[in-house]
Design a protein around this ligand. Structure first.
Ligand SMILES: C[S@@+](CC[C@H](N)C(=O)[O-])C[C@H]1O[C@@H](n2cnc3c(N)ncnc32)[C@H](O)[C@@H]1O
Length: 204
């Protein structure tokens, strides 16, 4: 049987990530977001939603060091070896708050969650919006005042509404598309910086 061609296997970014010991090329997106926003550093507590196969977790763990903590959650198990200050949890990130709350408050909440693509662009956009808003809710409940949030979103007509939800919760809101994003990808990252004290929960 003929193998399906995957244009990204062995692309330069994937090879670079692998040779640096990272589980995925997505690490370069977080590296850029961190460099531009100054998110991560020693002693920070980080919640990483949609963490498998684990490159963001690897990067965050290295940046926070043993004085910090990283909690990584995904629907599928994270199979790579990680340092002792990382806890991995398997489950739906939007329905696992009880297990995660014991590690709160977080300084940084990351969401690289993406739906399984369905073949319908509109459906995928809606699923992505639901994941983003769910992650934002988790971040607003479990983040400490002054904390940061980064979430991935597929661009859609709902974008302005979602950005307003971020701007309502955080003092500063940034829209970013890191250089590591594939050219044909509809994804953007929305960053909320400085969670407001007593931030109201966003409406779905
Ligand atoms: C692009 S991958 C994340 C890559 C990861 N940041 C890395 O660097 O290795 C998106 C992940 O989101 C996860 N995901 C999607 N919906 C989820 C949910 N409701 N709860 C937890 N994880 C979810 C998928 O299982 C998938 O592993």
């Amino acid at each position: 049987m003929a193998r399906r061609h995957n244009p990204y296997v062995g692309d330069p970014a994937t090879r670079r990530a692998r040779s640096a010991g990272y589980a995925a090329r997505s690490v370069f997106k977080l590296e850029e977001l961190d460099r531009r926003l100054g998110l991560l550093g020693p002693r920070r507590r980080v919640l990483d939603l949609g963490a498998a196969p684990g490159s963001w977790t690897q990067y965050a763990a290295a940046r926070v060091g043993r004085s910090g903590r990283v909690i990584a959650v995904d629907l599928v198990p994270i199979a790579i070896e990680l340092p002792a200050w990382v806890t991995t949890l398997t489950g739906d990130a939007l329905d696992i708050e009880g297990a995660v709350a014991q590690f709160a408050p977080f300084d940084v909440v990351l969401s690289d969650m993406a739906p399984k693509t369905s073949g319908s662009r509109v459906r995928d956009q809606e699923l992505s919006r639901e994941l983003f808003v769910g992650a934002l809710e988790v971040a607003s409940r479990l983040g400490r005042p002054g904390s940061s949030f980064i979430g991935k979103l597929f661009m859609s007509q709902a974008f302005s509404q979602v950005r307003e939800a971020v701007a309502g919760l955080y003092t500063r809101c940034r829209v970013m598309r890191p250089a590591g994003t594939r050219p044909n990808s509809a994804e953007v990252f929305l960053a909320g910086l400085e969670l407001r004290l007593g931030a109201p929960l966003p409406g779905r």
